[in-house]
Every structure is written in structure tokens, then in C-alpha cells.
Ligand binder design. Structure first.
Ligand code: SAM
Length: 231
């Protein structure tokens, strides 16, 4: 399967393994991953965030319940919400989540946004698990026609060492443990290059008290809700 499908499948398998109830996808774009995740039975709250309202709106109607789902109320509750906003800004709507995914997002962030991001996701939202994927620049030599970056809009592409040191520093600073994996295996003989897409799985290694969450909830809302579906 194409690489983007392998990334979505990777997240879906992780959800099926850990059974999170509240999952958010940052940089959700056309909501393709959210659409796949709405079929995961553990999920009761699903949220998407993107800076671009237009790109989210393109296919967000696919997240609405089908007429048959209205007629035959489901055995579980599910609320899907889409927010327009930047991941460099704290918004209390994403507090208390079990899992937050960032698939091919960080390489689109400006230097200033990237610098603010760890404090927002690991410090403020502090979900139990974070999944971050980004291109592995070492793989680019194996891709036909890629000279500098895989996509014009990428602000950077990191090799394994660069991603791992960024991730380890953030994990260390905010009380997480991180493990590295990826999707898109290199061809035989080029194993040292690593995966085409590198992935960090971060797990929080402390318990957040209800008081702390309650206090964070008083932070001002900055995100704009652009869609809400209640199943
Ligand atoms: N996650 C999607 C997937 O895997 O199919 C696609 C990600 S797309 C390559 C990057 C997305 O990040 C774009 O939709 C873009 O609008 C969004 N984005 C860029 N900067 C952002 C920011 N500061 N806050 C939130 N979203 C941002």
C-alpha cells in the first residue's frame, strides 16, 4: 500500500492495541485519518485540528453520521469535533486526551511554531500517548526525483539522528519516554537508511492530577470550532 495508507494503518493498529477513548489528530488536513479512526470502537471523543479551515472543510461531511446511523442509534457514543487553530497555541479543548497524533505535521511548522510546539503538546495537553511522524531525509536518495525536500511546503526534513535528538530532548523535558519506529522499509542492501517515514511513540511517565487539569481548563479558548458531529 502507498505510504500514507501505511501511516494511517500504523495509527489505527496502535489505537486497537491501546484502546484510547479520547483521540486527537493534529494537522488533520482533509480528515482522512479521522475518518479511519471513527470506526475504532474504543473511541468516544475524536478531535481534529488544522490551521487551514478550507482544507478541513473539503471532506468533513464524511465525518457526519449516515442516515442509517441516526435511525439506528449506536451502542456507543461518539463525538467528533474539528477545530481551526495552530498547534503552536494552547487551547483547553485538547486537555485530557489519551492519544494525540501528528502525522507529517512537524516538518510544515515554521521555526517559531516548532519551538513552541513541545510545550503545547507535552507540557500543556500532556496526553498519555503522542505519535509523531516525519520524513526520514536519509531515505530521500532512494526516492526518484527528490532533490532537497519531498514536498515544497516542508520547512525541514530530518535524518534519524536529528529527529531522535529533538524527540529525546522533548521527552526528557516533559516527563515522557519515547521509542522510535517507522513505516516504509528500505530495499534490501539499504537497511542502514532506515524507514521512509520515521515515527516516535511517546508515553507519559507520570500521572496528571485532576487539580492540574482543572487549573489548565481555565486557559482561554483560542481555537474555532468548525464542525461537530454527535453519534
Ligand atoms: N496529517 C495529514 C495526513 O497524514 O494525511 C496531512 C498533513 S499535511 C502534510 C500538513 C497539515 O498541517 C496541513 O493540512 C496544514 O494545513 C497543517 N498545518 C501546518 N501548520 C500548522 C499549524 N501551525 N497548526 C495546525 N496545522 C498546521
Amino acid at each position: 500500500p502507498p505510504l500514507y495508507k501505511q501511516r494511517y494503518q500504523f495509527v489505527k493498529s496502535l489505537v486497537e492495541k491501546h484502546n484510547p477513548k479520547k483521540v486527537a489528530d493534529l494537522g488533520c488536513s482533509e480528515c482522512s485519518l479521522l475518518w479511519k479512526l471513527k470506526f475504532c470502537s474504543s473511541i468516544e471523543v475524536l478531535a481534529g485540528v488544522d490551521i487551514s479551515e478550507d482544507v478541513m472543510k473539503e471532506k468533513m461531511h464524511t465525518l457526519s453520521p449516515l442516515p442509517c446511523e441516526y435511525l439506528q442509534p449506536s451502542w456507543r457514543s461518539l463525538v467528533i469535533t474539528l477545530y481551526q487553530g495552530s498547534v503552536a497555541e494552547k487551547d483547553p479543548n485538547l486537555l485530557g486526551f489519551d492519544m494525540i497524533t501528528c502525522i507529517e505535521l512537524i516538518e510544515h511548522l515554521e521555526a517559531k511554531e516548532l519551538a513552541a510546539f513541545p510545550e503545547v503538546i507535552f507540557g500543556f495537553w500532556a496526553p498519555i500517548m503522542v505519535v509523531i511522524s516525519t520524513p526520514n531525509s536519509e531515505f530521500n536518495s532512494l526516492l526518484p526525483g527528490v532533490s532537497l525536500f519531498r514536498h515544497l511546503d516542508h520547512k525541514f526534513e530530518w535524518n534519524k539522528k536529528e529527529f531522535e535528538s529533538w524527540a529525546l530532548e522533548a521527552a526528557d523535558c516533559y516527563g515522557y519516554t519515547v521509542e522510535f519506529t517507522g513505516v516504509g522499509k528500505p530495499p534490501p542492501g539499504a537497511e542502514s537508511v532506515g524507514y521512509c517515514t520515521q515515527i516516535g511513540i511517546f508515553v507519559r511517565n507520570y500521572v496528571e492530577t485532576a487539580e492540574i487539569v482543572k487549573h489548565k481548563m481555565t486557559t482561554n479558548h483560542v481555537y474555532k470550532t468548525i464542525f461537530k458531529a454527535v453519534y
